[in-house]
Design a protein around this ligand. Structure first.
Ligand code: GTP
Ligand code: MG
Length: 229
């Protein structure tokens, strides 16, 4: 099974190099693509220097970036899609451990909230917000959501083909979860470590939290029509 590892980037010059070095140690398992949101720092140069494929996303926001990546994935030969942040918070090694589980589980998601959380990796407000949003996701979609805002997802190709997404920003993961629940798929949650990020966060806790909440509710009522932008 060969996977495509997607790394969304927006001004991640502090973290992207380390993540790429870790990822390229496993180039027997996956190809790597950086989907960039018009970074103004050295992110794209660092990715090119590492020799990985860089795609400029369509539109703006992490959601639009992942939907661009899904188009790239579906146009290619890969059996599975994996994604993590490019800020050093997720350990590539943990993702590599998760990949073989795809043989028995079509969707795997890293659970940061029950895994070892490095001190200062997630502030108290974000931790409580993540717990709250996951509880809402579980109740509204009647599907277990341990950590609905996790950025670590691994899915078989057949699952990706059925996704219906129209998120532009950080509500993308909530919509992924909702789209899967509508397809009758419950993710398998795998405890993973979560580390302090390199560089500045792009997410704003309250505003993005409200958008995520809204997306969870709206997607219970109606599905998005398509995924491509
Ligand atoms: N291509 C692209 N990537 C983005 C955009 N916004 C954020 N990202 C990337 O998406 C990933 C998640 O963004 P973060 O700022 O780390 O958000 P977060 O993980 O919820 O917050 P932290 O816990 O502080 O890391 C990172 O790799 C970002 O560089 C965007 O508009 N376009
Ligand atoms: Mg992050």
């Amino acid at each position: 099974m060969r996977a495509l590892l997607v790394l969304p980037t927006l001004n991640e010059e502090a973290g992207v190099q380390g993540v790429l070095e870790d990822a390229l140690r496993h180039d027997d398992r996956f190809d790597v693509v950086v989907v960039d949101g018009r970074s103004e720092d050295a992110t794209v140069e660092l990715a090119h220097a590492a020799g990985v494929h860089v795609v400029q996303q369509r539109g703006r926001g992490k959601g639009a970036a992942i939907r661009t990546a899904i188009d790239v994935f579906l146009a290619g030969p890969w059996d599975a899609l994996a994604m993590i942040d490019a800020d050093g918070t997720y350990a590539v090694e943990a993702l590599v451990d998760v990949l073989p589980m795809l043989d028995h589980h079509p969707v795997l998601v890293g659970d940061r909230l029950r895994g070892p959380l490095e001190p200062s990796s997630m502030g108290r407000l974000n931790f409580l917000g993540n717990r709250f949003l996951s509880a809402v996701a579980s109740a509204v979609h009647r599907t277990d959501a341990a950590d609905v805002c996790s950025g670590c997802w691994v899915m078989r190709r057949s699952i990706v083909e059925g996704l219906r997404l129209n998120s532009l920003g950080f509500e993308l993961e909530a919509e992924l979860f909702a789209s899967l629940a509508a397809m009758g798929h419950a993710p398998t949650w795998v405890r993973i470590p979560y580390r302090a990020r390199e560089g500045d966060a792009k997410l704003t806790s309250i505003l993005d939290g409200v958008r995520i909440l809204r997306k969870l509710v709206v997607r219970r009522v109606m599905q998005a029509r398509k995924t491509h932008l």
